[in-house]
Ligand binder design. Structure first.
Ligand SMILES: Cc1ncc(COP(=O)(O)O)c(C=O)c1O
Length: 338
């Protein structure tokens, strides 16, 4: 029985065609800037997203970290969502390694950070306070697509207040596909954007940070300091190139399957559908039956993450097909209805 893993879109395995592209990749030493496939990937994403330069790094966490450390210096502050990955799920890296203070801002339900709350959090210029330098947004946030007019207002706000604007675009292409716009229409508002290739796009490893040449030069140094100076990374860049060539438009299929999954689960007594956004479905189930449900689903070859109670997040991706969605709905129904 094939395993259906709904814990995250990070679990995808490279397809045979992607593996073939990796085997054929031209490589060189990327610390010397000599890996042709890495260089091509960086140039391509920078050009596509409207920036001067790009930097291919091992993870989204490192990409966000080196971005924050390039925008901010010791004693500076970044404004960030209280539930943003860059604040809550990256081990406090900006503070731990960059001496940069985070100022968390509560999200609105749509994932935006209300600009009046952001304004109120900016510190006066005074030695008592950290220097507020940067606003960091996330799109998609928990699957939700930030509205384009909000991004435009955030850009104007950041300019007025002299702040840099960074986007954690781990799932930028999910947002672009959901909006029906080229990704550049989203990234145009930002000074730097981190894009993950290893989420919905299905590459095994890697993120690209894009920004101005000056920012990326700083980021390149921090990447090396953080131990991210990899060598013949071209094989990984080839997987990323393959993903950009073949796996962007198909994200719409993941979104459609998430909608089908949500509709199917909404009919199952005992399951409360809380929402579906792009490739993510959020449900509530009775807490006292959760462990039993997990065991039942594992028996049916289905994995879910039960770590983020009270809400369960189910994520569709490249390795979940229509038959898989039907199997998941059937397994939930069997558990709750019999
Ligand atoms: C929104 C978001 N940003 C950043 C990351 C970090 O990516 P990585 O796991 O490659 O460090 C993740 C990981 O799931 C994420 O969901």
């Amino acid at each position: 029985m094939d395993l259906i893993d709904l814990r995250s879109d990070t679990v995808t395995r490279p397809t045979p065609a992607m593996r073939a592209a990796m085997l054929d990749a031209a490589v060189g030493d990327d610390v010397y800037g000599e890996d042709p496939t890495v260089n091509a990937l960086q140039e391509r994403l920078a050009a596509d997203l409207g920036f001067e330069a790009g930097l291919f790094v091992p993870t989204g966490t490192q990409s966000n970290l080196v971005a924050l450390m390039s925008h901010c210096e010791r004693g500076d502050e970044y404004l960030v969502g209280a539930d943003a990955h860059t604040y809550k799920f990256e081990g406090g890296g900006a503070a731990v390694l960059g001496s940069i203070q985070p100022q968390p801002i509560p999200h609105d339900v749509d994932g935006t950070l209300p600009l009046d709350k952001v304004a109120a959090a900016i510190k006066p210029v005074d030695p008592h306070f950290a220097r507020t330098r940067l606003l960091a947004l996330e799109n998609t946030w928990h699957g939700r697509v930030l509205p384009l007019d909000y991004l435009s207002a955030a850009r104007d706000f950041a300019r007025e207040r002299g702040l840099g604007l960074h986007l954690d675009g781990a799932r930028l292409f999910n947002a672009a596909v959901a909006c029906g716009v080229p990704a550049r229409e989203i990234t145009q508002y930002f000074d730097s954007v981190s894009v993950c290739l290893s989420k919905g796009l299905g590459a095994p490893v890697g993120s690209v940070l894009v920004g101005s040449s000056a920012l990326i030069e700083k980021a390149r140094r921090w990447k090396k300091v953080a131990g991210g100076g990899w060598r013949q990374a071209g094989m990984l860049a080839a997987a990323a190139q393959y993903a950009l060539d073949h796996h962007v438009d198909r994200l719409a299929e993941d979104h459609a399957r998430a909608a089908t999954l949500a509709a199917g689960l909404s009919d199952v007594p005992g399951v409360k559908l809380l929402g579906q956004y792009t490739n993510m479905v959020f449900i509530g189930v009775p807490a006292d039956r959760l462990r039993e449900l997990d065991v039942h689903l594992r028996g049916a070859g289905i994995r879910i993450s039960i770590g983020y109670l009270p809400t369960l997040r189910l994520v569709t991706h490249l390795d979940v097909d229509d038959e898989g969605v039907a199997r998941v709905v059937g397994a939930f129904r069997e558990f709750f209805v019999g």
